[in-house]
Design a binder for this molecule. Structure first.
Ligand SMILES: Nc1ncnc2c1ncn2[C@@H]1O[C@H](COP(=O)(O)OP(=O)(O)OP(=O)(O)O)[C@@H](O)[C@H]1O
Length: 406
């Protein structure tokens, strides 16, 4: 979901060591020598929060930082807004190294570029929903009318129109988290840092919130750093995922890359129960044969010739703008040719089933069972490829873990 290829956040060799200041250099040295977290703690009383982490986040991307409890996710994200000062390393936001900023400059970056959404909602109980949502703008010194306007817009974006004058205790957990999100969005930050933002919610509400975040993101195109210990959440939300263990990044990549090519035994075990068919998309399993109408196909005769030459029993027909407009079978083309018909329109099946490139592979299996033609993958009406059962199953098993349903 990258809007363009611009790096928004660049983290270089970030390390955070907690503990007595005088012991930190020693802990740092041990870390560089490859000593493990437990031994460093024993020898120096210092805890390793983050260890030599480097990564980039592209503008408009949702990156999920994932790992078990204590792996360093929160420390890493708190370094990004300097709630925690890193021990070592650089953090660039829009090419500005925020580890070197003065307190005033840092305040400016926090107010203009970074919004944070917390797991525990962190709402003020004595403030109304609107007053909560406008809190950040109030601190900025924005005039009451203007900030109210922005808060109303943000609340509408998160589906809370009409709730502006209620108090948090009148709201469900999901709604309270929407207020938390609206409070961050009202500031219109470039970057949203979301620390286990949906972890306190019931599973169904949590799933709804994930869907809504994806929807909002399509509209707003923020850069989102989302922390989660939940693999399903990471797979669903992340354009890319960073997997952490003991403060270090063990792998980063798309869900597909991580699942099909785990970097270490640890990663492989972490993802071993994931059904890969839920992660792979139509785009990654489609094939691109000539089974889409070639430009020379104008009428039944040429369509038939084309199908015979390629060994197809049907083809998709597209118009001059390359929009796929129908499906013609070899039988129908043959009969029409015998009748002496000149065009394909009267024999074309117009209501064929199709999918989009991001359709999960798991959804394709039942569709393919129901249709007698290859499943076309269309993007804005244009043919990107087709899916046939054999190649889908081959792709799923080739990439490691074939779906049980397949
Ligand atoms: N203020 C602190 N002082 C000392 N050690 C800390 C501090 N904050 C974090 N740590 C240590 O740093 C390591 C990483 O913790 P962190 O909270 O970043 O992990 P996490 O992956 O976010 O875990 P969780 O999912 O439980 O929040 C842990 O070993 C933790 O004990």
């Amino acid at each position: 979901m990258e809007s363009e290829n611009k790096i928004k956040i660049r983290v270089e060799n970030l390390t955070k060591i907690f503990g007595p200041k005088s012991r930190i250099p020693e802990a740092q040295q041990l870390l560089e020598k490859g000593e493990n977290k437990e031994n460093i703690l024993k020898k120096t009383k210092c805890g390793i929060g983050v260890s030599n982490a480097s990564f980039t986040v592209m503008e408009g991307e949702i990156i999920v930082i994932m790992g078990l409890s204590g792996s360093g996710k929160s420390t890493l994200v708190r370094c990004l807004n300097r709630l925690i000062d890193p021990t070592e390393g650089k953090i660039f936001i829009d090419d500005e190294d925020i580890t070197t900023l003065s307190p005033n400059e840092l305040r400016r970056v926090r107010l203009t570029k970074l919004g944070m959404v917390f797991q525990n909602f962190a709402l003020f109980p004595h403030r109304t929903v609107c007053q909560n949502a406008e809190y950040g703008l109030e601190i900025q010194g924005m005039a009451p009318e203007e900030r109210r306007q922005k808060a109303f817009t943000a609340l509408e974006q998160v589906g809370l129109k009409g709730w502006e004058n209620h108090y948090p205790h009148n709201l469900s957990g999901g709604m309270q988290q929407r207020v938390g999100l609206a409070r961050a969005l009202a500031m219109d930050p470039d970057i949203l840092l979301m620390d286990e933002a949906f972890s306190a919610l019931d599973p169904l509400i949590r799933s709804d919130m994930q869907d809504e975040l994806i929807g909002l993101q399509q509209q707003l195109q923020k850069t989102i750093v989302f922390i989660s210990h939940d693999l399903d959440e990471a797979l669903k939300l992340g354009d890319r995922i960073i997997l952490m263990k003991d403060g270090a990044i063990v792998q980063s990549g798309t869900a597909e890359e991580i699942l099909t090519n785990p970097a270490t035994e640890y990663v492989a075990r972490f993802v071993e129960n994931v059904d890969i068919s839920k992660v792979l998309t139509a785009e990654s399993v489609m094939i691109k044969p000539k089974a889409m109408a070639s430009p020379e196909v104008h009428g039944p005769k040429s369509a038939l010739r084309f199908m015979q030459k390629e060994g197809f029993s049907q083809i998709f027909v597209h118009d001059k703008k390359k929009q796929v407009i129908g499906l013609v079978s070899a039988d129908a083309a043959s009969e029409a040719a015998q009748r002496g018909e000149k065009d394909l329109f009267s024999i074309m099946q117009k209501d064929f089933i199709h999918v989009t490139p991001d359709t999960p592979a798991a959804d394709l299996i039942p569709i393919l069972a129901d249709i007698p033609y290859p499943l076309p993958v269309l993007e804005n009406g244009k043919m990107k490829g087709i899916i046939i059962r054999g190649s889908l199953l081959a792709a799923l098993s080739e990439r490691g873990r074939s779906s049980d349903n397949a």
